[in-house]
Design a protein around this ligand. Sequence first.
Ligand SMILES: Nc1nc2c(ncn2[C@@H]2O[C@H](COP(=O)(O)OP(=O)(O)O)[C@@H](O)[C@H]2O)c(=O)[nH]1
Ligand SMILES: [Mg+2]
Length: 287
Amino acid sequence: MQQKGVHWFPGHMQKAMRQIKEKVDLIDVVVEVVDARCPISSKNKYLEDLTNNKPRVIVFSKKDLSSLQELKPFISYYKNKGYYCVICNLNNSGDINLIKKAICEKGKVITEKYIRRRMKPQPIRAMIIGIPNVGKSTLINRLTKSSSTSVANTPGHTKSQQWIKVDNLLELLDTPGILPPVYDNKISAIHLALIGSMKIENIPEFLLAEYLATILIRDYPNNLKERFDLEETDLIYPSSVFLGIARKRGLLIKQGEYDINKAELLLLKEFKEGLIVRLVLDKYVEL
Ligand SMILES: Nc1nc2c(ncn2[C@@H]2O[C@H](COP(=O)(O)OP(=O)(O)O)[C@@H](O)[C@H]2O)c(=O)[nH]1
Ligand SMILES: [Mg+2]
């Protein structure tokens, strides 16, 4: 793998940021969705500068695949930076209500401004933003499913924007802001590949599997053992883990020859689906 240094900031990132900036200008509250397994790697740090004068909410999605205990230090970290943090399973309607509340709470400063100027408060306008696969569309659908009435067209700089009314207090931009993932550090790129947030062509799957197996052997040996019904002696090296998985799951190239490649892919797949362990991968990233 190649570490890209200071020259990595590519044209597509600049373009995406320009498009986001146009939308940010139209809204009151920025709602960034971040995967709760990767609270650092799945956040685009270049967004900070674009939104630092706006009230901001971070939605940590997929809490059902993460560890609340391990997430705690990251929540404190972002709270200290002034973010309102909500940890959720986007498939849980109670959690969707918490997000709605958080946006309205953060948007209160805007409403109060109207009231101070003796104007009729307008609904808070928010936008959902985030890297691919974190749950942006799911969140928009869940927030607007009972009231999917488009309210207005606001001319933007390039094209008009459609607003969807969530309720009397809140309107949402109908399309999410899609941020390119940031790959300027190798570990973050690996973590994003492990949660399936991005297909990263230049990280071979066997390397991902080896990285994952190393973490699991060291920090979660019992989860690994239980999931694949492994023996203690399988939990020594990544290679012995893969062999154990192939043996237990009957993965064979031909009679008497185990299919290690299939075992690696199976480990990656079951991890991604949260079947092996719930954890915060980014605890291995420096804050
Ligand atoms: N387990 C789990 N899956 C989720 C959650 N939120 C979203 N997903 C799934 O993650 C995948 C990507 O979601 P999507 O909304 O399309 O992400 P987007 O690319 O950011 O719009 C879909 O398969 C969703 O069902 C969550 O809280 N928990
Ligand atoms: Mg989407």
